[in-house]
Every structure is written in C-alpha cells, then in structure tokens.
Write a protein that binds this ligand. Structure first.
Ligand code: NDP
Ligand code: 2IT
Length: 465
C-alpha cells in the first residue's frame, strides 16, 4: 500500500494524543486516557478540544472548579444492545447497536446514526462528543448524541436493510423521543434507512412524531436537509474566503467521498463557479481534469443512490483516471474538502496539499484530518475550517426540521436555504470571536471555545449533574 493508500479507518495514536506541552492538558488527557482505554478516536477528539479550552479557562475558576470539561468528556449515558435479524437466506445475523447520549445541557440529544462495519463504542463516543460542540455552534437548542451499529449495508438487499432497521429500532425506541433524543443519518444511513426507522418507531409507539430528522418530505422531512451538510461546508468556505477578500469562483477543488456530504458539496461548489476534479470511495478516487459538471454529478448520484455502485465506474463512463486504493490529496488544488470519514487526511497528504499551494480546507466529514496533518497544514498557513463548524449545516437543518415538526408546518426551500446561510455565517463569526489573532484566524480554536462556552454556561446554571 502506498503512503497515499486508502486504509479503512486508520487508528489514531493514543500516545500522541496524550502528549502536550501544557501541564494541565497533559494531566487532563492522562486521566481521560485511563478512563477510556482502547478508544483512540475519542481521545483524539477530546485532545483537540482540550488543547484550546484548557488554556482559555486557566483564569476562569467557575469553569475549572466545577470540572465542566471533565463532565462533558464523560457521556451522560451509553446504551448498547443486540440487533438480531434474518438475512434473505433465513440465516440469523447478530449486530451490536449503540446510542451514546453525550450531553443535553442545551437541548435534547441530537446526532446521527452510522451503519458501518468499523462502528464501535469509541468511535461513537468521539462523534457524540464532537456533536455536543457542533450543535452548540448552530445556535439552536440541541444537545449532543450519536449512535449506530457495526452493520455493513454493502451488498444487502432492500428487504434486508428494512429488517435490520426494524430490528435496530425495536430497541432504540425505548431511548429516544422528540423532546429526549432525536437521531438522524450519517455514514450508511440516508433517506431510505430513516424511512424504515421512522416506520418502525411509529408502529411501536403509536405516535406520529418528529423523532428522527432527514425524513422524506411527504412525512415531515425538511426541504434541503439532504443538501444541507454539503452546502453548509461550502458556505463555510465561502465565509472563510470572503473574510480574506477571496471567492470560490475559478478555484480548483478536491473532494473526497461520494456519498451524501460529498455529492452536495460538489453541487454547490460547481454552482458557485468552482471546478471540482475528484471524488472517491473506499475503493479509490477518480481524477477528472475537465471538472465534474452538473450532468456528471447527476450520474454519480444515480450510481450511488439507485444502483449502489462504485466510483470506479465514473472513470470508464467519462474517460478519466481511477486511482485504486488511493486518496485524492496529491491532486493539485486551491481548496480541499474531505467528505468521507475520520482520519482520511494524514501528514503526507497535508504536505502534498502544502506543496501544491492549497489555500484552505473545509471539513465535511467528522475529524477527517489527523493531528499530525493539522500541524502540517497550520505550519504551512493553510486555513482549516474544522468539522464541528464546517459540517454543522446538516444538523442545523435537522434542528429546523424539528422546529417545523413542532409547528406542524413546512418552510420553503428558499426560507431554509436562507436560514442555513445565516447559521453558517453566524458560526463563522463565532470562530472569529474566539479564534482571530495577529497572524490570521485559528478556526479550530475559535470553534472549540465558542462551542464550549454555551454548553458550559448551561451546565453551570443547572448544578452538579
Ligand atoms: P455516506 O454513507 O453517504 O457516504 C460516505 C462516503 O465516504 C462514501 O463514499 C464511502 O465510501 C466513504 N467512506 C466511508 N467510510 C470510509 C472509509 N473508512 N474509508 C474510505 N472511504 C470511506 O455518508 P455521509 O456522506 O453522510 O458522511 C460522510 C462524512 O460526513 C462522515 O464523516 C459523517 O460523519 C460526516 N457528516 C455527515 C452528515 C450528514 O448529514 N450526513 C452531517 C455532518 C457530518 P464507500 O461507499 O466505499 O464506503
Ligand atoms: O455528524 C452530524 O452532524 C450528522 N451526522 C448529522 C446529525 C443530525 O442530527 O442531523
């Protein structure tokens, strides 16, 4: 496998995550590492936040003494359960399902469900922790949660997917509700799965409620929810560039992934005059130097959503290169959008982006950049809009879906898009408020501190819980 090979979820280095020069950060992370053995992604996510938040609260005893960050890094509860179901051959299959309810200080738990063979408790804890800060940044009243199962939807029939979703919801139904915990989609969970999950919840609870977001528009789903994460990632980049007096038009863009986030990211970039030259999946990436036009993107969406095909097919359909087992970061670009999965952009990739004079990165996926890669990008002066800010448009629009469900009303596409743009601009402002310094903007620090403050203040007001 070359240095640029596409490993399945690469493991973060827990030792690296536990080393930091600030004594406070070091002690804090040691304690977290001891309490959460074998969960490198969770440690990585906590480290990223702690390195910004601990210095910020160093002179704020109200947060320190009440051990607010320590409490945020300990989920309110974790539910884990057996999901037994029968495949098309009648064979009994057993998976493990989870819901991590991280923090509900500012609203009901809210966050996606991931169906992927790599799912484990540590990965969902990292995602639920991140979600707590992300949801805070949206300005909407949503706490943080995440769930899923180690189920692999690849190669499964529609009937098998439905039976799995029904079995999964048969237990999850006991732990969620419109004012308690509202799941949505993530990797491997899109509109089709949300439909099956919603149907089973309704059957078991005898209630038609806004208990999931990302629903079909005929049964309470919000317009623009499918587009929202990818569009939001681009709106974040637009804000970042505008702050520096630049624009997306004319920029060459590299995008990874070819699922929900990636495809709508490409759609908005193209609409704004950007030229997107790559897409990928776990098999490798395509490089289309001509650019992925609206027509070609439509073909990709059909390939992925209808035929459940592989991105390799794009290369033969449109006559371009396919790089098996590799990721797209070595293709020269002005802007990069990692939109597949965690730790998909490493130090070697970051060095390639720097060498090719990449200007900025907007993270559509959750924690796609390794800590080492983040350092390389920062040293090279490449601005990085971190996931908890850049991909918050998805959950923000989920929040808007909850509002519409509560009102029993539906806003127009234009109304939602305008609210989404306002929310993304607001997140950019919050990043500036805490992240702007003499040399520029540290978006990561800005997002971490702004996300922390709102949740922390709510926790202080609510007592020791
Ligand atoms: P999808 O399932 O629609 O697409 C995922 C894409 O990423 C596919 O192309 C998939 O390829 C690829 N991928 C997944 N896992 C791996 C892996 N281990 N190695 C290489 N490629 C991989 O998911 P989404 O687009 O919804 O999610 C993508 C990212 O965005 C995730 O990090 C998710 O947490 C994040 N996100 C999603 C939001 C949403 O609203 N959906 C909101 C905010 C963040 P293949 O098909 O070959 O597996
Ligand atoms: O990571 C995420 O923010 C999501 N998968 C979307 C969560 C949501 O509740 O819409």
């Amino acid at each position: 496998m070359s240095a640029n090979a596409q490993a399945p979820t690469r493991k973060a280095d827990p030792a690296a995550a536990a080393v930091d020069k600030t004594p406070d950060v070091h002690a804090f992370l040691n304690e977290v590492a001891q309490r959460n053995p074998g969960e490198p992604e969770f440690l990585q996510a906590v480290h990223e936040v702690a390195q910004d938040v601990l210095p910020f609260i160093a002179d704020k005893p109200e947060y320190r003494d009440m051990r607010v960050l320590e409490r945020m890094a300990e989920p309110d509860r974790i539910i884990s359960f057996r999901v037994a179901w029968q495949d098309d051959q009648g064979k009994v299959q057993i998976n493990r399902g989870y819901r991590v309810q991280n923090n509900n200080a500012i609203g009901p738990y809210k966050g996606g469900l991931r169906f992927h063979p790599s799912v484990n408790q540590g990965i969902l804890k990292f995602l639920a922790f991140e979600q707590t800060f992300k949801n805070s940044l949206t300005g909407l009243p949503m706490g943080g949660g995440k769930g899923g199962a180690d189920f692999d939807p690849k190669g499964r029939s529609e009937a098998e997917i439905m039976r799995f979703c029904q079995a999964f919801m048969s237990e999850l139904v006991n732990h969620i509700g419109p004012d308690c915990d509202v799941p949505a989609g993530d990797i491997g969970v899109g509109g089709r799965e949300i439909g099956f999950l919603f149907g089973q919840y309704k059957r078991l609870s005898h209630q038609f409620q806004g208990v999931l977001t990302g629903k079909g528009t005929s049964f309470g789903g919000s317009l623009m929810r499918p587009e929202a994460t990818g569009y939001g990632t681009v709106y974040m980049m637009q804000n970042l560039l505008q702050h520096a007096g630049e624009d997306i038009a004319g920029k060459t863009c590299v995008v990874s992934g070819s699922g929900n986030v990636a495809t709508f990211c490409v759609q908005k970039l193209t609409e704004l005059g950007g030229k997107v030259v790559t897409l990928s999946d776990s098999g490798g990436y395509i490089h289309d130097a001509q650019g992925i036009s609206a027509e070609k993107l439509h073909w990709v969406m059909e390939l992925k959503n209808k035929h459940r095909g592989r991105i390799e097919a794009y290369a033969s359909e449109f006559g371009c290169d396919f790089h098996a087992g590799e990721r797209p970061w070595h293709v020269p670009c002005d802007l990069a959008f990692p939109c597949a999965t965690q730790n998909e952009l490493n130090e070697v990739d970051a060095a390639a982006l720097a060498r090719n004079n990449c200007r900025a990165v907007s993270e559509g996926a959750n924690m796609p950049t390794t800590p080492g890669a983040m350092q390389v990008l920062t040293d090279a002066g490449i601005a990085v809009a971190p996931a908890k800010a850049a991909n918050a448009g998805g959950v923000a629009t989920s929040g808007l879906e909850m509002s519409q469900n509560s009102q029993r009303y539906a806003w127009t596409r234009e109304e939602i898009d305008s609210k989404l743009q306002t929310i993304m601009a607001g997140i950019h402002e919050q990043c500036l408020a805490y992240g702007e310094h003499n040399q520029g903007v540290n978006y990561g620090r800005g997002a971490n501190i702004a996300g922390f403050v709102k949740v922390a203040d709510a926790m202080l007001a609510q007592g020791v819980l």
